[in-house]
Design a protein around this ligand. Structure first.
Ligand code: PLP
Length: 407
């Protein structure tokens, strides 16, 4: 008899789950002692039936909240038809989703992967292939300090935080890290051996830092001058998170990359990562040079199309509720001395403290609010796009309490 037999809702307990994991699951995560069983909109429930307001949303994945009826319907319909068929054959949805992505991103072609990291790896291959076609010496990649691009060895090599890289070196050679917003350092790093420049338009794991327009434009002009590819990692800041389809569209005119990788909300919880590229970058990958077994399956792509339909309706609200949330966080900052700065835009916000934020995250959780802490001192908020001002008020009330208690 399996654990699900005879019961509609499986009964699990945190303690049992923890014991099992301790014995059998790789111990690479430092989890909070919370067992989540169900979600609806911006709310989730644990094994004791306690409700939480989810302002971290699967680290930015659950943009449409939990169990969105339109996402559930599409998954149910498509799962009954076909979940996967491999890239040996056509399925109806890759082309439709790619066309949609081209129209909203301005980048003509899409490759479908499964995760952000996998999309990043593909972008690195495009950059390497572009450089190699010109000269073997043209293999260098310029990246930013404090960046985060994923945990695979290529993406890790580009990640400008030694703490993530140190146990796995030597990694991909030829990567240079430049401090964010330091135009002189960027100019010094890029030369004819540069195959690509890679950056997050808003650094996420690094603590919610917007890269300013002047720096982005300089990266664009240096990439043009030295015939390098400019790649934006929009895995965390893309697909509506900042109130535009993509963060590079915050600036007018948009600072166009050659390659843009994104993931998280586009799959609404299913694994879906994408690389969007212009023709110059797309031609670097010819037949047989790249691929994936799972990527671009009919289920994930059909959900991706539904996600973008939903997002179109939600963009104005992301901007409006996001600026309301930021305003409320700023009011909190004016009353609590431990808050050093409030940063970010849209529904990608951070609150920098003068101390580690981990205990405040636990305290907020005990008060029914899920957030997280990144870069040790930054409380990070990535709520679902479906939140309303009243959800913000509720979250801010908890934060006020938690900050007061920690003072
Ligand atoms: N790049 C950025 C900017 C991210 O925020 C993340 C994940 O948080 C990644 C890459 C890695 O993506 P994934 O965890 O989907 O592989």
């Amino acid at each position: 008899m399996g654990i699900f037999s005879g019961r509609k809702t499986p009964q699990f307990r945190l303690e049992q789950v923890m014991d099992l994991e301790k014995a059998y699951v790789l111990q690479n995560y430092g989890r909070y002692p919370l067992l989540l069983l169900r979600g609806e909109g911006a709310y989730v429930w644990d094994d004791r039936g306690r409700q939480y307001l989810d302002f971290i949303a699967g680290i930015g994945v659950n943009g449409f909240g939990h169990a969105h009826p339109r996402i559930v319907k599409v998954i149910q319909e498509q799962a009954a038809l076909m979940i996967h068929c491999s890239n040996l054959y056509y399925n109806p949805y890759q082309g439709i989703l790619a066309k949609r992505l081209a129209s909203i991103s301005g980048l003509q072609r899409t490759f479908f992967a499964n995760t952000g990291t996998e999309a990043m790896e593909g972008a690195i291959k495009m950059i390497r292939s572009h450089g190699r076609a010109i000269s073997p010496a043209k293999h260098e990649i310029v990246s930013l300090e404090n960046s985060f691009h994923g945990r695979s060895t290529g993406a890790l090599a580009l990640t400008g935080q030694p703490k993530y890289r140190k146990d796995f070196e030597p990694l991909l050679p030829g990567v240079k890290y430049v401090p964010k917003q330091d135009i002189a350092a960027l100019e010094a790093a890029v030369n004819e051996n540069t195959a690509g420049i890679v950056l997050e338009v808003v650094q996420g794991e690094g603590g919610i830092y917007l890269i300013d327009e002047a720096f982005l434009r300089k990266a664009r002009s240096l990439a043009d001058k030295f015939n390098a590819l400019l790649a934006f990692d929009e895995i965390q800041c893309g697909v509506g998170r900042v109130g535009r389809y993509f963060a590079y569209q915050m600036y007018d005119p948009a600072v166009m990359p050659d390659i843009m990788v994104t993931a998280k909300p586009i799959g609404a919880g299913l694994p879906l990562g994408v690389i969007c590229s212009n023709e110059k970058a797309s031609v670097t990958i010819g037949a047989g040079m790249h691929g994936t077994t799972f990527g671009g399956g009919p289920l994930a792509c059909r959900v991706g199309i539904e996600s973008l339909d939903l997002l179109e309706e939600l963009l104005p609200s992301i901007r409006e509720v996001g600026s309301y949330f930021k305003e409320q966080l700023r009011k909190l900052a004016s009353r609590h001395r431990m808050v050093k700065e409030v940063r970010g835009t849209g529904l990608m916000l951070g609150m920098e403290l003068d101390r580690p934020g981990k205990d405040l995250v636990t305290d907020a959780m005990n008060e029914g609010l899920l957030i997280n802490c990144t870069n040790n001192t930054v409380l990070r908020f990535l709520p679902p796009f479906v939140i309303r001002k009243k959800d913000v008020d509720r979250a801010v009330k908890v934060l006020d309490k938690v900050l007061k208690r920690a003072a």
